[in-house]
Ligand binder design. Structure first.
Ligand code: ARG
Ligand code: ZN
Length: 896
């Protein structure tokens, strides 16, 4: 059944203190929970209803004596508690079975170690509780376990006592000095080792930082520890927020549903976002670790100190914390162009994943109005679009204004559970003269209305009057339950560029002409507004939405020539890149929608889909010494198949695939000399360092090698595949090794099989590298339907374990997100998908529901895909005992 935001009510009871005692045993863990509870004087007297899930209840006591209670569904209901405001001592004794917990929510065992995951509603799988984020308590936790099997016993806060017990057992007692909602509770127990670091904060306080991993992995924790230290320093410098704990711990586990979790003082991480050395981790892994370590650390203030009133406010902490981690990564990246590369990466995720979500059956506002299963709402809309909504507020009040707003936010709300409205109110109140304060009620539509707005721009140059009139208008398509949309507040950072590439001074009619900047922000707050620029001496090309200043689709009738001007001259690197993408997308769509006989891409794979002027512009980008390698690599990356598909009313995935591959081939063959030169200039990256400059060089070298192998496959030449094979063998780092392997697979080289075999033999002990090995094969470029049979064979490989989420994602999710391989005319990809959703739902509904989302856009498919997709989805829907998680996704997909 659904939960509605409008139904929010304050809790009838508060829980002030919690004393938990665990006797840890994988088969049967005993949990004693002593709480001091009291009635909330602000609401009418009610029974105390505690949440539980898969618990065995042994005993309930009230103020030291017996009590009556009843069960209503999963809730434990206490109706006869003493009346009045006095606190009540409640004691609840339960047991649970961590070894059988395959959902990985609550208390579970991974590789003989105990871990917890409580967000959003996992704490109720540990003990009966008011499992909601607005109930904040002080925690004291005692862990008891076999000393030989579980030498390390961790929980939130400070270790106050530890020692030996009888029968080879020992204990540790932890006290968290901060009150917290139960979703931030954590415990870890097992054989772990830690990298330690003592630091002194700006304020002069000493802190102990620890990164816990399994014995043998210690040498892979240096980057995570450095990332943590950088995060701490950054939050102090940028926002004046210091670490409020004596001890801060990160623990890595290889069985984890998500990326990581910000439990107070005891962050639990997927190993993927902790472990790295140059032999096993790629540059992308290094950057992801920095960003996720930062993200979880930043939650200590935005999430833990100030938390969410209810789960509808999830983006209050997630959108804000993603914004903070993005800013952190940009500040760490340093140079302006490295910042732009990070921004482009973030926008690509938004456009390729969030925009489709906003247009599909799971569309929801950044602050949803209802949900069936909250786990389904840890989405790119809550996280990434939420971060864009925070970024727009940042842009509307400026960098200093935003810091002021954050300060006010903490002054008002530290220690409380609050709402998205509280956040925007604080930012606006700290900046009363800002456009945000001016338009706050309209701005908040970003939180309440789902869907991606379309921003339409029409420019008109009047040579006689020397004016340029820019008319901006907006519209937003209906989404589930929201047929009409009101106008959003859209900040449009912009500039004007002359045909020769000069930035034109911007003089807006009616404004003081003295302050003519070359880049400025326009604020569109109505359905349509006109902006007149004066003293414009020649027809300009508008550069709109610089740095992607709002999460919208920009519609503007650029000619090819205008886009080439922006690609060559725009001072905003984001829009420079954007111009290349618009052109690439334009040519792809033209070929896809052309009558089949005109663009015969199947029979003529070398068809010239990209015109000479565009190829020449790309050549100039590649040869431009002033541009960073990472930026060049992004310009030469064609829009993805799923992004192209999203622009079409009806999608034939095989046609999209064929056209994009034909474009790739043209890039490979027509620019062959350029790729060779790039390879020569960039392939030797010297001693490995995961910094942005050398990572960019490796990325561009990897692309060059892929292109050269692709061209070779066409000509029958064996030199480049030979070089790629050699690099697979000898590379000094995982980035070069895996990109060479990927080049062989992508170009369907006969050497690929042997290279894969060698790679496996070399890394069979390393779970995270094996994930890459599976993922490379699941995402291989399809040739005559060869990927699905390979995936089916790999599922029988001794190293494949479907119950491990990382491994399941590496093979199954990679395949289902590989459009050319997944969408088959024989429907076998969809049959495989349905089988896996049903199989995984049997033990881990959260992971199954993620996989179910792959079919979100099925209604856009052309026949025969559409009918086959529907049949597969209906087969899942017909399965009895489907989890709420999968049921919600599937029901929405089938609804009209
Ligand atoms: N709060 C965590 C993070 O973003 C993610 C937790 C996800 N949990 C879940 N049950 N979906 O850092
Ligand atoms: Zn988060």
């Amino acid at each position: 059944t659904a939960v509605y935001r409008a139904d929010y009510q304050a809790p009838a009871w508060w829980i002030d203190t919690v004393e938990l005692t665990f006797d840890l045993d994988p088969a049967k863990t005993r949990v004693l929970n002593r709480m001091r509870v009291r009635r909330n004087p602000d609401v009418p007297a009610q029974a105390l209803r505690l949440d539980g899930d898969e618990l065995n209840l042994a005993r309930v006591m009230v103020n030291g004596g017996g009590t009556s209670f009843k069960m209503e569904g999963d809730q434990l209901v206490l109706e006869n508690l003493p009346e009045g405001d006095a606190p009540v001592e409640l004691e609840i004794f339960t047991t649970c079975a961590p070894a059988k917990n395959t959902k990985l929510m609550g208390l579970y065992v991974s590789e003989d170690t105990f871990f917890t995951q409580c967000e959003a509603e996992g704490f109720r799988r540990i003990t009966y509780f008011l499992d909601r984020p607005d109930v904040m308590a002080m925690y004291t936790v005692t862990l008891r376990a076999s000393k030989a099997q579980y030498p390390v016993l961790l929980s939130n806060g400070n270790l106050v006592e530890s020692g030996d017990l009888e029968d080879g057992r020992h204990f540790a007692k932890w006290v968290d000095p901060h009150k917290k909602p139960c979703y931030l509770f954590a415990l870890v127990a097992g054989k772990l080792v830690a990298r330690e670091q003592h630091i002194k904060s700006r304020a002069g306080n000493e802190h102990l930082l620890q990164v816990y991993v399994r014995p043998g992995d210690l040498e892979k924790t240096e980057h995570a520890m450095n990332s943590l230290m950088h995060s701490i320093a950054w939050d102090e410098a940028r926002f004046g927020l210091s670490l409020d704990l004596e001890r801060f711990m990160i623990v890595a586990t290889s069985d984890f549903n998500m990326g990581a979790m910000e439990n107070k003082g005891l962050n639990i991480f997927n190993t993927k976002y902790v472990l790295a050395n140059q032999a096993t981790a790629t540059d992308t892994d290094y950057f992801n670790i920095e960003s996720v370590v930062g993200h979880e650390y930043f939650h200590n203030w935005t999430g833990d100190r100030v938390t969410c009133r209810d789960w509808f406010q999830l983006s209050l902490k997630e959108g804000l914390t993603v914004f903070r981690d993005q800013e952190f990564s940009m500040d760490m990246a340093g140079s302006a162009s490295a910042r732009a590369v990070k921004r482009i990466d973030d926008v690509r995720v938004l456009r390729t994943v969030q925009f489709p979500e906003d247009a599909g059956p799971m569309a929801h506002p950044v602050r949803p109005d209802s949900y069936i299963e909250i786990n389904n709402f840890y989405t790119v809309t809550i996280y990434e679009k939420g971060a864009e909504v925070v970024r727009m507020q940042h842009n509307l009040v400026g960098r200093e204004g935003f810091a002021r707003g954050m300060k006010l936010y903490f002054e008002r709300h530290d220690g409380h559970a609050v709402t998205c409205d509280d956040f925007s109110q604080a930012i606006a109140d700290a900046n009363p003269d800002s456009p945000l304060a001016q338009h706050l009620p309209q701005f908040r539509r970003w939180y309440s209305q789902a869907g991606t707005p379309v921003l339409k721009a029409v420019g008109l140059y009047d040579a006689a009057a020397q004016t340029y009139t820019l008319t901006l208008s907006q519209r937003c398509a209906p989404t589930v339950g929201q047929p009409e949309k009101l106008p959003f507040v859209i900040p449009v950072q912009m500039g004007l560029i002359s045909a020769s590439g000069q930035e034109i001074a911007l003089r807006l009619q009616g404004e003081d002409t003295a302050q003519a900047a070359k880049s400025r922000m326009l604020v569109l707050a109505e359905a349509e507004q006109r902006f007149v620029f004066t003293n414009v001496t020649e027809a300009p090309v508008p550069s709109l939405l610089r740095s992607f200043s709002a999460p919208v689709v920009l519609e503007c009738d650029f000619s090819d020539a205008e886009l080439l001007t922006l690609l060559a001259h725009d001072s905003d690197p984001f829009n420079q890149w954007e111009a290349s993408q618009r052109l690439g997308l334009r040519y792809a769509l033209k070929a896809i929608t052309a009558p089949a006989d005109a663009a015969d891409t199947d029979s003529q794979p070398g068809a010239q889909l990209l015109p000479a002027a565009f190829m020449q512009a790309l050549r100039e980008v590649l040869g431009n010494d002033k541009l960073d390698a990472a930026f060049k690599d992004l310009v030469l990356t064609l829009p993805s198949e799923s992004y192209i598909a999203e622009q079409l009313a009806e999608v034939d995935p095989q046609r999209v695939h064929a056209v994009r591959e034909a474009m790739q081939l043209q890039l490979a063959t027509a620019l062959q000399a350029d790729w060779e030169a790039l390879w020569l200039a960039h392939s030797d990256t010297g001693a490995y360092r995961p910094d942005h400059v050398s990572a960019g060089r490796r990325a561009l070298a990897g692309r060059a090698l892929t292109m050269l192998c692709l061209a070779s496959a066409q000509s029958g030449d064996t030199v480049w595949p030979g070089k790629a094979y050699q690099r697979c063998k000898d590379a000094g780092n995982m980035t070069d090794r895996s990109s060479a392997l990927s080049a062989l697979i992508y170009s369907a080289s006969p050497l690929a099989a042997q290279a894969l075999q060698r790679f496996h033999a070399l890394f069979q002990q390393d779970a995270l590298v094996l994930d890459k090995w599976f993922a490379l094969q699941g995402s291989a470029c399809d040739r005559g339907g060869n990927v699905l049979p390979a995936v089916k064979t790999l599922m029988k490989h001794p190293d494949f374990q479907i119950k491990n989420p990382n491994r399941a994602r590496s093979l199954i999710f990679s395949f289902c997100n590989n459009p050319g391989a997944f969408h088959r005319t024989d429907a076998a990809g969809y049959v495989f998908w349905a089988d896996r959703v049903i199989e995984i739902d049997g033990f881990n509904p959260q992971v199954a529901a993620r996989l179910a989302r792959v079919m979100d856009r099925w209604k856009k498919l052309a026949e025969p895909y559409r009918t086959a997709a529907q049949a597969a989805i209906e087969r899942v829907a017909a399965k009895p005992n489907l989890s709420n998680d999968v049921r919600e996704v599937i029901t929405r997909a089938l609804a009209d």
